[in-house]
Design a protein around this ligand. Structure first.
Ligand code: MSP
Length: 500
């Protein structure tokens, strides 16, 4: 049954251009959005930029620009990269957008009025790159100095007046929620949060900064000398994006099917803190928080702050094709484990899978259809049953795998169908046959059904392919073997030239 599907990426800090780590999350969300679109769901896909806070304030100062000018420029970079990668988001949200600033004020006023915010003094070690305080046992120590465990940069001592959010009231509630409901996926990640909650519980959270130090943020509605902590501001974007407080009907339609895709580094914020905030706002938790590991470069997390990034444009230039990059990033993605970026493995998969298995099959069938059937291939009276069975089985299996967000395995499964189609051609030798059209029809059906499944991963290439072979990609309903009546093959494209 078609339903709704709301998918989000984290909103990225636009202190620098995005790299393939950000592309990885965003492509994953795009694949899921497009997949659900093919399932017939009403899809809303939200991504954007997290523009307030000390990190951005400093980045702007360093660039010698006022923060708004700086984030305007940087947000446009993100948009450019997402358009290069063919990311079909429904909205690109910026935390400086007027409706978002409204959301933050509305949400915090509601929480303040409930008596869940109080004034105090905060003392602690802060990492500006994470925009996060680190407690004892969480930071690294060397020669008496404290370092951020993620960015390996010295922490700063902060001691100042702040407003606290009474998160400590929520430990039991959140624990129970996580223990009884499968929200965090894969489950393994939930266990980490559960044991941290059992060990330490939730502590009251400092949710404002003195304006004198962090002026670049949303003003606290009850005290003009304070700005709202950037993480609280940022998390609320998921509500703004679908109209919370402005368009209740749209909001509820999508919120019930909310899927947040995040990296494992920000799970604490997206579970313990986010679920508590939602509860304070009388809202249910999201349906799923899908967590993935990092892209590593020789064992170290790829990050702008560390300076070991692989740039999106470098990969696109290397393969000369955006869809190859989308494919390769998803092909080796896993949720449970980190993925060590391995250029050799990428190249091999490109040549063996995209150029050989897919590219050669399309080329062979296209050329034969043109040469031996004048480009017209109609449905014969009987179909190849083995290929038909394989196509059906592949679709069922791929649907299950995508549902489990095992995107790499789904791609392997889809390529099994293409391999089977290649074997079928080798077996039936249409180039020798007097009437090759029925054979070509079966092969074309296998290609068409695979193309529908591959469309979310490689939309532009699959559209190009459909055009060349004379079929349409509409929905999974049409992915039945024998459902296409007549192919009008225009050309036999070389989709992925082999790399030497
Ligand atoms: N602004 C916050 C998120 C707020 S969401 C309400 C933030 N931004 S970030 O730009 O630092 O990173 C966001 C996300 O980018 C990470 O959680 C992760 O999903 C992705 N990645 C950044 N580097 C990555 C890798 N090296 N590998 C995989 N994903 C990476 O945190």
């Amino acid at each position: 049954m078609p339903g709704t599907f709301y998918v989000t990426t984290p909103i990225y800090y636009p202190n620098d251009k995005p790299h393939i780590g950000h592309a990885y999350t965003t492509i994953m969300a795009d694949v899921l959005a497009r997949w659900h679109y093919l399932l017939g769901d009403d899809v809303f896909f939200l991504t954007g930029t997290d523009e307030h806070g000390l990190k951005l304030q400093r980045a702007a100062e360093k660039a010698g620009k006022d923060p708004k000018t700086f984030v305007d420029e940087m947000a446009s970079f993100f948009k450019k990269y997402w358009s290069l990668l063919n990311i079909g988001y429904s909205r690109f949200i910026r935390t400086t957008d007027e409706d978002h600033v409204e959301t933050v004020k509305r949400a915090l006023t509601k929480i303040y009025k409930k008596g869940l915010i109080y004034k105090g003094v905060y003392r602690g070690w802060y990492c500006t790159s994470c925009e996060k305080f680190y407690g004892e046992g969480e930071y690294l120590e060397k020669d008496g100095q404290k370092f951020c465990p993620i960015h390996l940069k010295p922490l700063e001592w902060v001691e100042e007046e702040t407003y606290f959010l009474k998160l400590s009231l929520y430990t039991e509630k959140i624990l129970k929620l996580l223990e009884t409901k499968d929200i965090i996926y894969p489950r393994e990640y939930a266990r980490e949060i559960i044991s941290k909650l059992r060990r330490e519980g939730l502590k009251d959270l400092s949710i404002t900064r003195p304006k004198s130090r962090v002026y670049w943020g949303v003003e606290a509605p009850w005290d003009p000398n304070h700005t709202i902590y950037v993480w609280v501001d940022a998390l609320l974007n998921y509500l703004t994006g679908i109209g919370w407080g402005r368009d209740e009907e749209t909001f509820w339609k999508y919120w019930r099917s909310a899927h947040h895709i995040i990296g494992k580094d920000i799970l604490w914020f997206h579970s313990a803190i986010w679920f508590s905030l939602l509860d304070m706002l009388d809202l249910p938790p999201p349906k799923k928080v899908i967590v993935h590991g990092f892209i590593l470069v020789r064992g170290v997390k790829m990050s702008k702050t560390i300076g070991n990034v692989v740039r999106i444009e470098d990969l696109v230039n290397e393969y000369g094709n955006v869809d190859a990059v989308r494919y390769l990033l998803m092909r080796f993605s896993t949720l449970e484990k980190d993925m060590d970026y391995n250029p050799e493995q990428f190249r091999q998969a490109y040549n063996a899978e995209l150029a050989d298995t897919l590219g050669n099959l399309v080329r062979r069938v296209g050329v034969l259809a043109k040469r031996k059937a004048g480009g017209i291939v109609e449905r014969p009276n009987s179909l190849d049953q083995e290929l038909e069975r394989k196509a059906k089985e592949t679709l069922e299996k791929a649907k299950k795998l995508v549902d489990e967000v095992k995107l790499g395995e789904a791609l392997v499964t889809i390529f099994d169908l293409l391999r089977e189609a290649n074997a079928y051609l080798n077996r039936t030798e249409p180039w020798k046959a007097e009437n090759p059209a029925p054979i070509l029809y079966n092969a074309l059906e296998a290609i068409r059904i695979a193309s529908i499944m591959l469309y979310p991963f490689m939309p532009a290439t699959m559209e190009r392919l459909a055009n060349a072979l004379g079929f349409k990609i509409e929905s999974f309903d049409k992915a039945c073997f024998g459902c296409w009546e007549k192919y009008q093959v225009k050309e036999a494209p070389i989709l992925f030239p082999k790399l030497r």
